[in-house]
Design a protein. Structure first.
Length: 189
């Protein structure tokens, strides 16, 4: 038969609850430091250049760059010298051209006075030189030698209406020469 069962109470009254066991952290810290030192050691071993190949490659590259810089400076100096020489040549040519233009200007002005171009009234001695002129031969050409420029009928020394080439002698005492539809007159003597 079974009777009532008795279960003993094993709790101790007023006893403090037990504390969980402390974890020990120092093995983890030591392991972390050891791993860090091992990594630094491996990195340093990999970065080292026991045969000197990397050092030689860097030195060779530095020598190549230095040679290229020297070559570039030499080329720059050579081109600067060539440009300075060319500038000097161009300055001399420019001065020579300016001198020739100054010498030719009076000759060109004199030659311009020996040609009568287009229509107009030309002053003898100022715009044109006296002498014998021939035109290019146009139709309905009117020319006139004058002793003045007022337009008075009495100032007409000679005139003509020409079809084709014409020859006119302008005297040193003439004041003006008028040309209309005659083309270009050229001094022949």
């Amino acid at each position: 038969m079974t009777g009532p069962t008795f279960t003993p109470d094993l709790t101790v009254p007023n006893a403090a609850p037990s504390k969980p066991a402390k974890r020990r952290r120092w093995p983890w810290v030591v392991a972390l430091i050891a791993a860090l030192l091992a990594g630094v050691g491996i990195g340093a071993a990999g970065a080292s250049d026991p045969t000197g190949e990397r050092t030689k490659a860097v030195e060779a590259r530095e020598q190549t760059v230095a040679k290229q810089e020297q070559d570039l400076q030499a080329r720059k100096d050579s081109e600067t010298t060539a440009l300075d020489s060319r500038k000097s040549q161009l300055d001399k040519q420019s001065a020579d051209i300016a001198r020739r233009e100054r010498e030719l200007l009076p000759k060109e002005q004199a030659a311009a006075k020996n040609t009568i171009k287009g229509d107009g009234i030309f002053l003898v001695g100022k715009d044109i030189n006296p002498g014998t002129y021939r035109n290019s031969g146009t139709s309905s050409c009117y020319w006139q030698r004058s002793s003045g420029t007022s337009g008075d009928f009495d100032e007409i020394l000679a005139n003509g209406n020409e079809n084709g080439p014409a020859v006119v002698t302008i005297q040193p005492g003439d004041i003006a020469f008028t040309s209309k539809r005659c083309g270009t007159w050229t001094l022949v003597s």
